[in-house]
Ligand binder design. Structure first.
Ligand SMILES: NC(=O)c1ccc[n+]([C@@H]2O[C@H](COP(=O)([O-])OP(=O)(O)OC[C@H]3O[C@@H](n4cnc5c(N)ncnc54)[C@H](OP(=O)(O)O)[C@@H]3O)[C@@H](O)[C@H]2O)c1
Length: 331
């Protein structure tokens, strides 16, 4: 199935590895990386889990490719204001869609507002099948400051702003950014149900919650996704992932490649990454995709090169023995 000699020839003919990964993903071809035994292939098996579950269907009707994009990093410093290079942010968003990403995560709090405005500027009118998952329930008094507001009137007002900024009549997935300790969860989720019943949102998701909170919310409205912090170095939400897997709820791990500080330099994945000419970020993303069929990583970047690399991770093919070894390290 892999035409290794033709691919190697193209690499030898001077195409850089990164440019080749991008073109390969677009054309659906296959790539032999640097003569080693890692193959990035758009049409072949990747991890066993990705091979059998390359997509996930949110809420029974929104099918997305499991590797998404997080649009928090396209704003200014401190997730505040406009990015220093606006054209670059637009380019990253358009390139993500070109590469096959059809799940973009954002929030009214990113900027605030600027992430959603940039998404609309870059991508409206939206291509068929693109799912924009946004969030409400956190306010931004200043750079680096995040203050919950889960009051029903705030959540309702937030939706109106989101619809305008994203130029939508209905939001595909609206997630409660985090429960507000000052407001009973049932009141916040009750507001989301009302907004859904009014036809302004299609599906409801939660973020930064525990299994008990998910169960309480589900008594009020169907919950199709949960977004919690989770990566190979931080698995505190393992019980939430298990709950989501059991109930077929999408799980969007935030900080999938370690967040602001990135992954530790001494990461146990280094050896595997090095041995195969892949980056440690790619192995970390491939591990997430392998970890569960409900896993929908949303790596964030403002760098076109990192974006190419992250999307290519969905095609990383390691042997069953290698997956086993990585799992042993990670558990
Ligand atoms: N629900 C919540 O409370 C919550 C909280 C945080 C985030 N989120 C969501 O989750 C998404 C992902 O989180 P995140 O962006 O904070 O963390 P992340 O995806 O784990 O990491 C992003 C950081 O890693 C760097 N990076 C990304 N790909 C890389 C690569 N291939 N090589 C080297 N460095 C790379 C980025 O820098 P460069 O820009 O230089 O690439 C950035 O500093 C966000 O965009 C947002 O949508 C949700």
């Amino acid at each position: 199935m892999h035409d290794k000699s033709a691919n190697q020839e193209r690499i030898d003919s001077g195409l850089t590895r990164r440019a080749f990964i991008g073109r390969t993903l677009l054309s659906g071809g296959a790539l032999l990386v640097g003569g080693t035994n890692v193959i990035l292939a758009a049409d072949a098996s990747t991890s066993p889990n990705m091979a059998s579950n390359p997509t996930f269907t949110l809420g029974g009707d929104l099918t997305v490719n499991r590797l998404g994009f997080g649009a928090m990093r396209i704003t200014g410093q401190g997730i505040w204001g406009w990015p220093p290079d606006r054209q670059n942010a637009l380019k990253v968003l358009r390139r993500a869609v070109d590469l096959g990403v059809n799940l973009i995560d954002t929030a009214d709090a990113y900027g605030p507002d600027t992430s959603e405005l940039l998404i609309a500027e870059a991508l409206y009118p939206y291509p068929k099948g693109l799912v924009i998952a946004t969030k409400g329930g956190l306010t931004r008094p200043g750079p680096g400051d995040w203050v919950p507001n889960g009051r029903p009137e705030h959540l309702k007002q937030a939706v109106e702003g989101i619809l305008k900024r994203l130029r939508l009549e209905r939001i595909d997935l609206y997630q409660l950014h985090r429960p507000d300790p000052k407001v009973p969860l049932e009141e916040s989720v009750g507001a989301l149900k009302e907004i859904k019943d009014a036809g302004k949102i299609r599906h409801v998701g939660l973020s930064n919650v525990n299994p008990d909170e998910i169960a309480r919310a589900r008594k009020i409205v169907p919950i199709v996704s949960v977004q919690n912090r989770y990566n190979i170095e931080d698995r505190k939400s393992e019980n939430v992932l298990a709950y989501c897997e059991k109930e077929s709820i999408g799980f969007l791990p935030w900080f999938p490649v370690g967040g602001t500080g990135g992954l530790k330099p001494e990461n146990p994945l280094n050896a595997a990454a090095k041995a195969h000419g892949a980056s440690v970020y790619q192995v970390a993303l491939a591990w997430l995709l392998e970890r569960s069929p409900v896993m929908l990583p949303i790596p964030g970047t403002s760098s076109p090169a990192h974006l190419e690399e992250n999307v290519a991770a969905a095609k990383l093919e390691l042997t069953p023995q290698e997956w086993k070894a990585i799992n042993a390290i990670a558990s």
